[in-house]
Structure formats: structure tokens, C-alpha cells
Design a protein around this ligand. Structure first.
Ligand code: C5P
Length: 236
């Protein structure tokens, strides 16, 4: 697969066209950012680690019958994916109170939830990804009612697959963010599933292994990512 023109550069990834209009190349960067890019650092090997963890998890989701954009790993830091028509929202699933939910409702991080919570956010760097609900999505024509229902359904199916997978490695999947896009008439999980976009806590100690280490200066970030990979059995 030939790497073509740069289509988009995000904070953690570059997206390239290929000779196949149905395929793109994702390149995972070593850059770590937080707080809308205000905090930024180069973490040697983050791109490689995230590419591998992402491929491993996307393959697990695909094996469980969940449609994903991931096609295959191409190199240490690159993967081929399906070219999607992206829905401009982020879907967040939470199993435990943390992060913005803790702040928004004044709740203590780590508070158990009786059932998982689902939230939509509008993808906009300028606005800081504000929270929206399905009425906004329909009113602004970002997705159809069927697509809204499908995003919620697929997001919870991802939870059903990944919660036990992480638990087997002694980790609690606290929350995560997904993005969706259209491909050949259906919705597909896009973007990435890496420690940059989820929270993972050690089941017994509660130690944070994910990007919160970077956001909150909680210790060696890559050490946490490597530990996640090791516990999943991903060769890094
Ligand atoms: O910040 P908040 O608590 O809303 O984040 C919920 C989950 O979604 C976290 O796992 C976080 O890493 C992820 N997230 C993300 N990208 C964003 C916002 C949140 O990956 N733009």
C-alpha cells in the first residue's frame, strides 16, 4: 500500500491517502498532548506502542463481530484502515466515575456506577468538545436516528468485549472514547483504541496506567502503556 497525500494531522496521529480510495493509512505519532494541546511532550516509542495496542484491540473487536475500520498493521507506527465518512461526535462509555464526569457532577473519582453511562460530545477543538445529546445530533443533521441508536449499541458491545479482556489482565476499564464513521452503508468503529483514549486502573491497587499519568504528572507515561501491553499479551 502506497502512502499518498497527508489528509489530516491530529494531535496524536497523521492520516494519509493511499492509491485505494477505500483505504487510508494512520500514522501514530510520538507526541502526547492534553488540555487541548496546551500540554505537549514527545514520548519516544509512544507511536509504536499505541499502534500495536490499537491493532490488538481492534482485532479483538472485529473477532467479536463489531465492525471496525482497522485493516492491518503496515509498519511499526502505521496501520491501514478503511476510509470512513466520519460522524462528528465522540462517544464515551463510563463504568466508573472519573475525569469530566467527576468534575461536572462533583463526584469523587472511583465512585461505582450501578450501570454504565453513555455520553456524546461534539468534536470541536475550538469549543473544547462540548457535551451534546441525541437531540443535538438529529437537529444539526450530524447523524440519523438509526445511526445514533447504532453508535450507542456498538459502544456498549465494545464494553462487553473489552471489560473482561482487561479484567483478565488485572485492569479495570474505567471509561473510553470511540468515534464512528460510515463505510459501505453501515457504521464502523473508527479512530483508535489506545491508552490515549481510555482509562485503565490496576484492579487491586487502583494505579492509573493510562494517559492520566501524562495529564496529571503521575509518573512514567510509557511505563504505564508498556504495562498495559504486557498485561494484554501484546508484543511491544
Ligand atoms: O475527559 P473525560 O472524563 O470526559 O474522558 C472520558 C474518556 O474519554 C477518557 O478515557 C478520555 O481519555 C477519553 N477522551 C478522549 N478524547 C477526548 C475526550 C475524552 O480520548 N477528546
Amino acid at each position: 500500500m502506497e502512502k499518498g497525500a497527508l489528509l489530516y494531522e491530529g494531535k496524536g496521529k497523521r492520516v494519509y491517502r493511499t492509491e485505494d480510495p477505500q483505504s487510508l493509512i494512520l500514522e501514530f505519532k510520538d507526541t502526547a498532548t492534553a488540555f487541548d494541546g496546551k500540554k505537549r511532550e514527545e514520548l519516544d516509542a509512544k507511536g509504536r506502542i499505541n499502534n500495536r495496542i490499537n491493532a490488538f484491540l481492534m482485532e479483538k473487536l472485529a473477532a467479536a463481530g463489531i465492525p471496525v475500520h482497522h485493516r492491518r498493521m503496515l509498519s511499526e507506527t502505521e496501520s491501514a484502515v478503511k476510509a470512513l465518512d466520519m460522524v462528528p461526535v465522540e462517544a464515551v462509555v463510563r463504568n466508573v466515575v472519573a475525569g469530566s464526569l467527576a468534575r461536572r457532577l462533583g463526584m469523587e473519582e472511583g465512585t461505582a456506577l450501578e450501570r454504565p453511562v453513555f455520553e456524546f460530545f461534539y468534536k470541536s477543538d475550538e469549543l473544547g468538545d462540548p457535551m451534546v445529546n441525541q437531540f443535538h445530533i438529529l437537529a444539526f443533521g450530524w447523524a440519523s436516528r438509526e445511526e445514533v441508536d447504532r453508535m450507542i449499541e456498538l459502544s456498549f458491545r465494545v464494553n462487553d468485549v473489552l471489560v473482561p479482556l482487561f479484567k483478565a489482565g488485572g485492569m479495570q476499564l474505567v471509561d473510553y472514547k470511540l468515534e464512528f464513521g460510515r463505510f459501505e452503508g453501515g457504521l464502523v468503529v473508527g479512530d483508535e483504541f489506545t491508552p490515549d483514549g481510555c482509562r485503565l486502573w490496576d484492579l487491586s491497587s487502583g494505579e492509573k496506567l493510562d494517559k492520566d499519568r501524562f495529564r496529571r504528572d503521575l509518573g512514567d507515561v510509557l511505563e504505564g502503556y508498556r504495562e498495559i501491553g504486557r498485561r494484554l499479551g501484546v508484543e511491544l
